[in-house]
Design a protein around this ligand. Structure first.
Ligand code: A3P
Ligand code: MG
Ligand code: MG
Length: 322
């Protein structure tokens, strides 16, 4: 039988190095505006896999060497970081080793596919609200102002590429960034993550704490220092905008029931990457190791040769072997 990896929180308590909110006036942004007539929606059935970061690697090969252990996307790392606290959604990652580098991509689970197919109109509209908030908050450049009369196009996005390390694991990944502030100038300190949320009540509910964990995990990995949240009512009107420092988020849940610890997330992620390195022995893009996990279970894996799971495109393999 293949070895497995436990996701029990107690095993990941060991120390891992770590690091408020400013209320503003009631802005009254109407997030519903434009849903029916000024919305160009990305086709979600298209899975772009790792293609963008692979293209970036090829385009930048002259001034950088691929001396990393893992290449992946930020969203996949967010999923890994939150795993010890996740009790609803499992995941599946396709992993392949090529020329000494391990590539991690996601495979949509049956449950995720069902959720996507059965999304209600209300849910689709609420997804739009998040993007509409971005439009209310962002201007094209320093001189201009936001223009909420324009079209919301979810095909557009800005990505940053990050090289970082978790313990001894060197990682390269891309992350979508919502916007930046004028000062400081340098990335990633200038980056800002925008979020919308139903109003958070104190004391924090279990779901609010989990939401903060997701916000933290998403911003922590690429070093985005702040999250600006638009709190909305049930009718999609933003009633308050508040800034949260990524480094201080875990303190907001400290000492409460269902509190989460960045340390546990980091230690689990570190152990997962070590597990992957141990398991993925064959250096061959036609061999895919599928790692899967369901809440309250251990992480397991299966091995697939020349299967539908292969995800490194031929153009990439050819470029690298050239
Ligand atoms: P909010 O999360 O602010 O509501 P991101 O916050 O990651 O930049 O994503 C922008 C918006 O895309 C989200 O805004 C949400 O509306 C939508 N979105 C992103 N990922 C989603 C997902 N997995 N399911 C549903 N909506 C998603
Ligand atoms: Mg975004
Ligand atoms: Mg956002």
């Amino acid at each position: 039988m293949n070895p497995t990896l436990s996701t029990r929180r107690e095993q990941y308590e060991e120390d891992f190095p770590l690091h408020t909110h400013v209320p503003t006036e009631n802005p009254s942004f109407d997030l519903k505006d434009g849903f029916s007539d000024r919305y160009v929606k990305r086709d979600e059935s298209v899975d772009e896999k790792l293609d963008h970061i692979l293209k970036w690697i090829i385009s930048n090969r002259t001034d950088f060497t691929l001396d990393v252990d893992f290449v992946t996307l930020r969203g996949h790392l967010t999923k890994l970081l939150t795993t010890p606290y996740e009790d609803k959604e499992g995941w599946m990652f396709a992993v392949t080793k090529f020329r000494g580098t391990i590539y991690i991509d996601k495979v949509e689970t049956e449950a995720a596919r069902r959720d996507r197919d059965n999304r209600t109109e209300r849910h689709s509209e609420m997804m739009y609200w998040g993007y509409k908030f971005e439009q209310y908050m962002c201007a094209d450049n320093i001189e201009s102002l936001p223009d909420p009369s324009g079209v919301v196009n979810t095909n557009e996005g800005y990505y940053t590429v990050v090289r970082t390390q978790i313990a001894e694991h060197k990682l390269l990944f891309s992350a979508e960034v919502d916007c930046r502030v004028r000062e400081p100038k340098d990335p990633p300190s200038c980056y800002v993550e925008l979020k919308t949320s139903a109003e958070i009540r104190t004391p924090l509910k279990r779901s609010d704490k989990f939401k903060l964990l997701k916000w933290w995990a998403q911003s922590f990995m690429p070093g985005v220092p702040q999250v600006v949240a638009g709190f909305r009512d049930r009718d999609g009107i933003v009633v308050k905008v508040e800034t949260f420092q990524t480094a201080e988020m875990s303190q907001l849940v400290e000492g409460e029931n269902n509190c989460w610890k960045p340390t546990v997330c980091m230690n689990f992620c570190n152990d997962f990457l070590t597990f992957v390195k141990d398991v993925v022995s064959e250096d061959d893009p036609s061999v895919v190791y599928l790692f899967s996990w369901e809440p309250r279970r251990d992480v397991g894996f299966t091995i697939h040769r020349d299967s539908q799971y292969g995800f490194l495109p031929e153009w990439y393999i050819n470029e690298i072997t050239r």
